[in-house]
Design a protein around this ligand. Structure first.
Ligand SMILES: [Ca+2]
Ligand SMILES: [Ca+2]
Length: 218
């Protein structure tokens, strides 16, 4: 958290323990410590277990706010450690349409701190996410109808202990949803004039957008 640490003082970086998901009252969260920065801390971002602090005119500082994990306890997998968030629904198996966009999510936790999670599609790395939530957007390729796509992941803590997660497999099916044409202007019964442009939307799928000249299509 970036905030002033007192009246007439610079903004610094404070660490709170908010590991209790039931606790949503800031006043009752467990204060850990404050790191004073030489400038005015404007923003902080976590990556690979360290904090990167934008410190106004004093540049950027890297804060090692928690010692590296030397306990040797590996990262733990939650139930359904790898899921796909498709149209707002968490999915763990089944079929998926070519071209479909979704969010691939890893659900893991560590006794000290996670460093990052690598995510793979059919063995090819697609992201190394260095901060919670550990996830990435993904689009099923258009040339995989009839094939299976398998997602896996590797979670690492800041001590180098690793945990394999997945697999999460889907059968890729073709897009059978036809385009939808919707004429917004003119509506039935409207009065139009000679130079009024028609307004037509062609919706192939809600997550595809294209713009042929003359008409707005999506
Ligand atoms: Ca650990
Ligand atoms: Ca992330």
């Amino acid at each position: 958290m970036v905030s002033p640490t007192g009246l007439n003082t610079n903004s610094n970086v404070s660490v709170y323990n908010i590991s209790d998901p039931e606790e949503d009252d800031l006043d009752n969260m467990s204060f850990v410590t404050t790191f004073l920065t030489p400038g005015i801390a404007r923003a902080v971002s976590l990556f690979n277990g360290q904090a990167y602090v934008v410190d106004h005119a004093n540049g950027m500082h890297v804060v090692n706010y928690r010692a590296f994990d030397i306990g040797g306890v590996p990262t733990a997998s939650k139930e359904d450690a790898l899921t796909a968030l498709v149209d707002g629904i968490s999915v763990t198996s089944g079929e998926i349409t070519e071209g479909k966009r979704f969010v691939l999510q890893a659900h893991v936790q560590d006794d000290v701190q996670l460093r990052n999670v690598e995510l793979f599609a059919n063995g090819v790395r697609i992201v190394a996410d260095g901060s919670f939530p550990f996830e990435t957007a993904y689009r099923i390729p258009l040339n995989m109808v009839g094939e299976t796509i398998t997602f896996t992941g590797i979670a690492r803590d800041t001590g180098g202990n690793s945990l394999d997660i997945g697999p999460l497999s889907f059968a890729v099916v073709g897009d059978i949803e036809p385009p939808v044409v919707q004429i917004d202007l003119p509506q039935d019964g409207d009065t139009v004039f000679r130079y009024d442009p028609p307004y037509i939307e062609v919706r192939r799928r809600k997550y595809l957008t294209f713009h042929p000249c003359g008409y707005r299509c999506r």
